[in-house]
Design a protein around this ligand. Structure first.
Ligand SMILES: NC(=O)c1ccc[n+]([C@@H]2O[C@H](COP(=O)([O-])OP(=O)(O)OC[C@H]3O[C@@H](n4cnc5c(N)ncnc54)[C@H](O)[C@@H]3O)[C@@H](O)[C@H]2O)c1
Ligand SMILES: *[C@@H]1O[C@H](CO)[C@@H](O)[C@H](O)[C@H]1NC(C)=O
Ligand SMILES: *[C@@H]1O[C@H](CO)[C@@H](O)[C@H](O)[C@H]1NC(C)=O
Length: 249
């Protein structure tokens, strides 16, 4: 659940947060930071593998029991490993779909929910293809497509839920380490990958967070893919299809 107030330029959130991750150690630092700023009673960690619908369901149930509901969902778990291409699709794309459908059972106004907003983490690789990681690219194109279709479905049917995708360029995280190994059969394209990093530059984690926050708080945004680059942010323009017209709009 979320309440927020504006103090000058600083967004001050009085929120409750459930952090879900398959790796408990990975959640330690963000958990401590949230506890320090907002109080231990505002935050819980729930160990959860997004490949398991059962575990997602259990974690969301616990969240609802603890905090009274779900208003916001960020589907952010992801891997980069071209050798495990099936796992890449299962976590990066199917995990987003699994998480969304289970959350909608709580959030959808048509099933008694109070609506809300979902932000999915796609990537710059969800806008244009990365030659060095085709499976990762496919998963992120999938996230952008799923997000846009759900946004249109929600608007047409009245779910009361907005859906947007944040599409970061390169960010210095664990995912960006050991690139040649992660590229698997495409490891000999490491130089091309590094060239792209050199050209695009790195994006700060705080810029990705600010972009996600914009998508969460601006209630005019639905079905957007927001590209976050060192050179600035850009809302992408895509064709869409109106059911009554047999041509792209
Ligand atoms: N780092 C980048 O350059 C970059 C760029 C664009 C998009 N992204 C995307 O941002 C998101 C976050 O990645 P990151 O860069 O912070 O990498 P990261 O590896 O630091 O974080 C990913 C997190 O996902 C968790 N995770 C992995 N598999 C999981 C599973 N099955 N169930 C639950 N949690 C799981 C990991 O434990 C880890 O904490 C990913 O979706 C990634 O694809 C990253
Ligand atoms: C990628 O997947 C392969 C095959 O499952 C595994 O052996 C390897 O450890 C993984 N690499 C990374 C960086 O996770
Ligand atoms: C990568 O390897 C393939 C075959 O193994 C080869 O055809 C290609 O030229 C190599 N590319 C680079 C950039 O080295």
């Amino acid at each position: 659940s979320l309440k927020f107030s504006l103090y000058g330029t600083c967004l001050h959130f009085l929120l409750t947060v459930a952090l879900l991750d398959i790796n408990e150690a990975a959640a330690e630092r963000p958990l401590q930071a949230l506890e320090q700023q907002f109080g231990a009673e505002k935050t819980i960690f729930l160990k959860c593998d997004v490949e398991s619908e059962e575990q997602i369901r259990a974690a969301f149930k616990k969240t609802v029991e603890t905090f009274g509901g779900i208003d916001i969902l960020c589907n952010n778990a992801g891997i980069l490993n071209e050798t495990s291409w099936e796992k890449t699709i299962s976590i990066n794309l199917m995990g987003v779909i699994r998480g969304t459908y289970v959350a909608l059972e709580q959030m959808n106004r048509l099933s008694g929910g109070r609506g809300g907003v979902i932000v999915n983490t796609a990537s710059m690789a969800g806008i244009g293809p990365f030659l060095s990681c085709p499976s990762y690219t496919a998963s992120k194109f999938g996230v952008v497509g799923f997000t846009r279709a759900m946004a249109a479905a929600s608007e047409a049917s009245g779910y009361g839920v907005r859906f947007n995708a944040v599409c970061p360029g390169f960010v210095q995280t664990d995912l960006m380490t050991n690139i040649p190994v992660r590229l698997g059969q495409f490891s000999n394209l490491t130089a091309a990958a590094h060239q792209l990093v050199d050209v695009m530059g790195m994006v700060a984690v705080s810029d990705v967070a600010a972009a996600a926050l914009e998508l969460l708080t601006d209630n005019t945004k639905n079905g957007e893919a927001l590209l976050v680059l060192q050179s600035g942010n850009m809302y992408m323009q895509f064709p869409s299809f109106n059911p009554t017209q047999n041509k792209p709009l």
